[in-house]
Design a protein around this ligand. Structure first.
Ligand code: 8YV
Length: 333
């Protein structure tokens, strides 16, 4: 890096879209992971020892012990992803390593998927779509496979950032009334446009909602925010949807309550111990009580390209000696 003509060594931990990898190879001395196998912690140690820039994803735990073994050249961790709960940001900063992420470009896709899960659980889409391929349809009946109406119900959004607001806009057009819990009110203009009701007490909001959607980041403060105690406050007819991070919900408590009929169902795209999924949830999915997706919230071709482009801009800007646009600071978490 002291020699401006020398391209920085950029280690990318997973396979990215071809066009992104090609551009990265043109711009940087980029080391790709062509077989896309998730890196072990010893692979990660080797990566941080050789790299000027590391490009990890959610499947890499860049904790303080990995960072402590970083070589002297590592200056930037440019996460391919919005959430940075896979990175110890504080430990990175205290070693003089900048962290960036890819905010904004996966907002609409994640909000779409959240709405899809709300519909899937309420209208039994996953269960219904299994009937025909399994040749189990005896024909229409007035009382068979009834779901729940969306229109007129109350949606409580936990975390009203970009994705929460994008969900609220969609949900409003489906006739849901919008409620939210957040550290602070959103702008008055936005609250007005969404006709949204703010709850400073999460407990009080949960007790009154038909549908609860988790859309906040995972931080130490939001770990098990939907704890067993809080889930118990919810109505038995209510459903929970999570496209944020599994750790925000006490998954065991959620599964137990759905098994016991104390909650109606759930739509989950994220899990506490990904890629492992709680066997109780798998059992509930087989019984059609929950809808489970394999972390597909931002999985669109366009989204992955946009994320890759953001990573490139962050690296390029940093290497040109400027503050990268998506720098993450501990105060933002
Ligand atoms: C990403 C996500 O695909 O960006 C995020 O925070 O949860 C995902 O949708 C993943 O994190 C990529 O690293």
């Amino acid at each position: 890096m002291t020699n401006p003509r020398k391209k920085p060594i950029v280690v990318v931990t997973r396979k990215l879209p071809d066009a992104i990898e090609t551009r990265m190879r043109e711009l940087f001395d980029t080391r790709l992971n062509t077989d896309d196998r998730p890196m072990s912690s010893s692979d990660l140690v080797a990566a941080v020892q050789s790299a000027d820039v590391l490009v990890p994803t959610i499947t890499d735990e860049i904790d303080s012990s990995i960072l402590a073994q970083a070589g002297p050249n590592l200056r930037l961790v440019a996460n391919f992803g919005n959430g940075v709960d896979n990175i110890d940001v504080q430990a990175a900063l205290s070693r003089g390593i900048t962290v960036t992420n890819t905010p904004g470009v996966l907002t609409e896709d994640t909000a779409d998927m959240t709405m899809a899960l709300i519909l899937a659980v309420s209208r039994r889409l996953a269960e219904g779509s299994r009937i025909l391929p399994e040749d189990e349809w005896a024909g229409w009946s007035p009382t068979w496979m009834l779901g729940r109406r969306i229109t007129g119900k109350r949606l409580g959004i936990v975390g009203m950032g970009r994705i929460g607001q994008a969900l609220a806009r969609r949900a409003k057009s489906f006739g849901l009334s919008i409620h939210y819990h957040n550290r602070r009110h959103v702008e008055a203009k936005v609250e007005e446009e969404l006709e949204a009701t703010y709850w400073d007490s999460l407990d009080q909001m949960l007790a009154r909602m038909d549908i609860v959607s988790v859309n906040c980041p995972h931080t130490p403060a939001t770990y098990h925010l939907l704890s067993a105690r809080r889930l118990k406050l919810m109505r038995p007819s209510a459903i929970v949807v999570n496209t944020a991070r599994g750790e925000i919900i006490d998954e065991n408590a959620l599964a137990r309550m759905i098994e016991a009929g104390e909650l109606s169902g759930a739509g989950l795209d994220v899990f506490e111990h990904e890629p492992a999924v709680n066997p109780r949830l798998i059992k509930l999915a087989r019984a059609g009580r929950v809808v489970l997706l394999p972390h597909l919230g931002s999985a669109t071709e366009e989204g992955r390209m946009d994320m890759g482009e953001k990573v490139i801009v962050n690296i390029k800007t940093f290497m040109d000696g400027h503050r990268p646009p998506d720098r993450v600071l501990p105060s933002m978490l």
